[in-house]
Design a protein around this ligand. Structure first.
Ligand code: ACM
Ligand code: ZN
Length: 529
């Protein structure tokens, strides 16, 4: 069956049924019916047929679930919510590419995980609202339901906050941009000596537009403001947020910065709450991401205010101070009906961390014990291990087959109860063009969609690849480029002699090499839409 993600159980039956502008749409779920009509109106006329939606709460228990049964005249859909009905429509869209489709039976399909997400870093490089919408439409096509929007980082602040206008007036701009990794550790890395980011931010109206567009596609948008680390862009605007209060510049260099917010003074607590206030008016999702990753404690160790706070609160150490800050944020978010998500460094103080905080597991901090212990304690996790699902690296370092293995088992999780789901993050330090963004992202999003939906025992990479190839023209007709099979298998260039370390080195020298190689051997990265 030409369908991604693979349904739980299905069968192809004899005969074909029409799927064209001649298809009549009837039944329950008015919103999905309207979307189905719009989708079919774009097709030419064909064989007469009917698409009928029925609400059935008894049979379809999962709110995202659905069933399809068709014969040569009628396609019957069962669902209990508009979301389930919409996912049936998304399945039909893939199955019915050519104006008609094989009759089929999809039994009570439903997702393995409730949280199926893609993250886009819009700080390091900015992506337009139109680009984001095109990606959201792909997320919907493969039944992903969350867009995690990375709106701030050391190198640029991109969300309009009315109370702090400098964040976008000044915090969006860096003087230059690091363009390579060679010499990274020596501090003589290559730069593009050109200002970046002036005016590149999202107004509150634009963020609302994205939220509304996503909601139509049954996608929730989770904003991230990374704190107390990765905050140099904000500190450049409001230096009183840092330990020393010294003037700072928006960072032009990538990496982990020592200049973080001071959690000994009240400034960051007040600032963060103000920012949360404004963003919660825009983003209705029941989650808010506070980042919390890569927070070096160098400055806190010598900061009188941080040390006084540790003493005053009777905290064990600097990690506990971050834990205290996290808990304050979680508590504040709870008053707004939201749960806090943080990268798994939030568990550096797991002994004091509120258990309703969700840890997004992207890196091993020593061993797996702490994260597995968090699950045992009743905590929740989102799986995002960098070696599997990070998308900013070439396929020859991380082929699709590796990304497909991002299962609970791979992380040593025995009981999946606390696993909310899976997310593939796209980091954009070295992604300056839409062409490269497309090249690295779409195929991996499609892969992770199946990882998040299909039961582990039904997952089969070879079968997945077959369906990906069968659906290549469907994806590409929407402008969602899929690299050639040889490339996503990690075989660009003759790599017989290259070790894993050698592949990384190739990327460090020129992070664009795989895109260039593909264009040279397979032609332009298509842009059909
Ligand atoms: C991360 O990659 N720093 C979450
Ligand atoms: Zn401090």
């Amino acid at each position: 069956m030409k369908l991604i993600p693979r349904p739980v159980e299905y069968a192809i039956k004899e005969g074909v049924v029409g799927w064209s502008s001649s298809t009549q749409v009837t039944g329950d779920f008015p919103k999905t019916i309207e979307q189905a009509k719009q989708l079919l109106a774009q097709k030419s006329a064909g064989k007469a047929s009917r698409l009928h939606f029925t609400k059935d709460d008894e049979r379809i228990k999962d709110p995202e679930g659905y069933a399809i049964k068709s014969n040569k005249d009628v396609i019957q859909v069962l669902a209990s919510t508009e979301t389930g009905a919409f996912y049936a429509l998304m399945s039909l869209e893939q199955l019915g590419e050519s104006g008609e489709m094989e009759c089929c039976f999809v039994r009570d399909d439903a997702p393995k995980y409730a949280y199926r997400s893609f993250q886009l870093d819009c700080s390091r490089h900015f992506w337009t609202v139109e680009k984001i919408k095109s990606i959201l439409r792909l997320l919907a096509a493969v039944k992903m339901n969350t867009f995690h929007w990375h709106l701030s980082d050391d190198q640029g602040w991109r969300a309009e906050i009315k109370k702090y206008p400098l964040l976008t007036e000044k915090g969006s701009i860096r003087k230059k941009t690091q363009i390579g990794l060679v010499g990274y550790s020596r501090g003589n890395e290559p730069y593009e000596e050109k200002e970046y980011g002036r005016g590149l931010f999202y107004t509150q109206e634009q963020m609302k537009e994205v939220v509304a567009y996503a909601a139509d596609l049954h996608i929730q948008v989770v904003p991230e403001i990374d704190m107390p680390g990765h905050m140099v862009a904000a500190i450049a605007c409001y230096p009183e947020l840092s330990c020393t209060g010294e003037p700072a510049e928006v960072s032009s260099r990538w990496g982990v910065m020592d200049n973080i917010c001071c959690c000994g003074k009240e400034n960051i607590y007040n600032f963060a709450k103000d920012v949360i206030d404004e963003l919660c008016e825009i983003f209705p999702a029941p989650y808010f991401h506070i980042g919390g990753d890569e927070v070096p404690k160098t400055r806190w160790k010598t900061c009188p205010a941080c040390q006084a706070k540790i003493k005053e609160l009777g905290l064990k150490d600097e990690n506990a101070l971050q834990g205290y800050f996290n808990n304050e944020m979680a508590k504040y978010l709870r008053t707004k009906g939201k749960r806090m998500i943080g990268w798994n460094e939030v568990l550096d103080a797991s002994d004091i961390m509120d258990t309703d905080v969700i840890a997004q597991w992207w890196v091993y901090r020593g061993s797996k014990t702490r994260e597995l212990g968090w699950l045992e304690k009743g905590g929740n996790l989102i799986m995002s291990m960098w070696g599997y699902v990070y998308m900013d690296h070439p396929y020859n370092v991380r082929p699709l087959s590796k990304t497909y293995k991002m299962t609970a088992q791979a992380l040593g999780i025995k009981d999946k109860k606390g696993v909310l789901g899976v997310e593939c993050p796209q980091w954009c330090e070295y992604i300056r063009t839409e062409e490269k963004l497309d090249f690295l992202s779409f195929a991996r999003i499609i892969t992770v969609a199946e990882v998040g939906w299909t039961p582990d025992h039904k997952m089969d990479y070879k079968d997945f690849e077959g369906r990906l190839e069968a659906l290549r023209s469907f994806f590409e007709s929407h402008g969602w480029y899929i690299p050639p099979q040889k490339v996503y298998r990690g075989k660009a260039r003759d790599l017989a002699t290259l070790t894993y370390a050698g592949r990384w080195n190739m990327w460090r020298k020129n992070s664009y090499w795989e895109v260039e190689w593909t264009k040279k051997h397979f032609g332009e990265i298509i842009k059909k839409k």
